[in-house]
Design a protein around this ligand. Sequence first.
Ligand SMILES: Cc1ncc(COP(=O)(O)O)c(C=O)c1O
Length: 358
Amino acid sequence: MLEAREAVKHLRAYHPPLAGRQGLRLDFNESTLGCSPRVLARLKSLDSELLARYPERQPVEAEASRFLGLDPAQTLLTNGVDEAIHLLCSTYLEAGDEALVVVPTFAMYAVFAQATGARVIEVQAGMDFSFPAESLQSNISPRTRLVAIANPNNPTGAVVAEDLLLQIAEAAPQAAVLVDEAYFEFHGETLLHYTGSLPNLFVARTFSKAYGLAGLRIGILAGDAQQIAMVRRVASPYNVNAAALAVLPEALRDQKYVADYVAEVGQGRGLLERELKALGLHYWPSRANFVLVRIGPAYSEFIQALRGRGILVRDRNSDPGCEGCVRLTVGSREHTRILIGALREVAGKLRLGCEVRA
Ligand SMILES: Cc1ncc(COP(=O)(O)O)c(C=O)c1O
């Protein structure tokens, strides 16, 4: 009988709740407005000739590198940040190596690392999901070959100070240190300018969030040129599809669209956080396009009640340290207004936060 590798047999299947996503989708941190109209127009103009050809990544990669202020040798366009993580795991992890992640965090670091046969060491975040710099450093060993840190983090929205990230990269020169900046646009701080000066540092960006292109699957991995050359060896030359490559330059050119959306999300996040406070619900201040809130034992009814009002939000109850928590994506002004209206109704109906308000 054909058997999968042991590491794969022990993997827990990861099933994001994708089925039946009808309504206002505030469950996957996508853009609720979608991509720029200029990007959509470019997409609609594509012809069958483009689709008949294998995609050519290199010229678009050069353009994306220029946009980031990097050399093309320091970047690799990827099939979303998901693929960037997968490629880093394939490039650096052997069975028995160790991969460090701070939990709670994005699930795919552990999935791709475990699939190589590496051991994933989960370091619990500190009070209020603060970055556990000391315990992370004390878990670094000669076997540590990957450290993955989302900044801002998903699902907490917490951020890490630059000096702490640099300390980790310096403390683990034998490890690929990935700073996943999937939510960079909402936070505005980056480690990209250290690309190359710290040879083990990688920074990943995505076009799935602020750019509204999750369905096209495109992201960028940046790192030291010699290391990126290694990562490139394990990537398919056709990893990014032709449609994504064709529209990316237009997406990069229309920065006004991205900036306007990011500003709208920033305002909406402030409104939402104020509302949660007024409702007596505990939330964690976020630097991303979502807010994690502790609903408590009624979290499941809360999710269902919002679903009943046509709003999808994400259950994070089983993430470490997130008992009773739900993640709310912040979208456009109008979508945040709808969310806040529904929150008031549901909080009243389920008598959430009443002990704080009483
Ligand atoms: C921290 C983080 N990294 C990466 C991703 C996946 O990004 P992509 O769509 O580019 O694969 C997500 C998506 O939710 C995320 O939250």
